[in-house]
Ligand binder design. Sequence first.
Ligand code: SF4
Ligand code: SF4
Length: 387
Amino acid sequence: MPRRSIGATGMSAGIIGLGTEHLDNKPFSTVDEVIGTALDQGINMMDLFMPGETVRTNIGKALAGKRDQVLIQGHIGSTDINEQYDRSRDLGTCKKYFENLLRCLHTDYIDFGMLFFIDSEEDFKQTFEGDLLKYAQDLKKAGTIRAIGASSHNPITAHRAVETGALDLLMFSINPAFDMAPRSVNVLNQLNEAGNPFGYEKNLDPDRAALYRLCEQRGIGITVMKTLGAGKLLSREHTPFSRPLTVGQCIHYALTRPAVVSTLIGCASGAQVHEALTYLDMDDTERDYSSIVEQYQGSFKGNCVYCNHCLPCPQEINIADMNKYLDIAALDKSFSPQAIPPSIAQHYKALNAHGSDCVACGSCEERCPFSVPVIKNMERAAEIFGF
Ligand code: SF4
Ligand code: SF4
């Protein structure tokens, strides 16, 4: 399982991780099968947001003797008061549920203490300007959590959260439908309406694109939820595109966004774990999502979506990564080498080939479905990064 490092935390996550929401209300045998299969297959990243004691206890039992094989995202603020999933911003309640998580898992640490569901202005204020951030920071100082993260579905609020500098990790909902839907659309609700067209504005949401780039720039890893759009993107009946995407295309789309370290796939059986992992054996053609998103070519024209459909390059340039780093460097309009974040300069340097290696053969531009001016971008990259 290829791993990606998570900023400055010293931890690294496999590119495919496990979402555990489908283990809620399942018998221990199912929980044990899913967790056992995931760990045996090299999955080392797991999200656990559910507040229910039964599922937490079952997961704790399944992890007996294996705790050190997995990084766990545990949430601060996820509760089931009144027997319904809810979020709380009350310090006492959050502490109670977080301590319960440690007890149920029979562990004395959680790898990522995730500030839960930071979607609205109110969520942000109550969490970052109230007691909860301080609580997370105290947990980190005490070694009870190793790093602080947050989960969000809103790119603007998530952007603010990342800008506080308090986070090491962001859990965010990413898939092509979410990235392209107009702001006014509740995508998940809409996906439930079979045959109801989205009426996309045919645009990549600039707030979402800016969030991914900010995370990359700051060295904040992103773990992805809703990679498959709750399975709806795979369904002929519900997909908002002209045809359903495959699991491989959805995973590849998420993994090719800037800053993404791991896609967390919710699995309800060992077979589903294996199905998600087939991504690792897929070739580029099977992973390629460009034919689906190119329906929106009009607005993507000239903008790289990091799909690598343009490869191979005779100079072995990783064109998607080159464009990604160039886009991040371009966040600072001065384009001065001094303004490039050191981490991005290092990533660029670590590439096998650089902008200056481009021989302007043009084969990539012929293959790019989005009319990206790759040769010009290579020249700009060489100029900005210096080679
Ligand atoms: S240049 Fe075009 S084909 Fe290549 S990664 Fe970017 S969008 Fe995809
Ligand atoms: S134009 Fe440059 S980047 Fe594109 S395939 Fe040719 S050498 Fe590679």
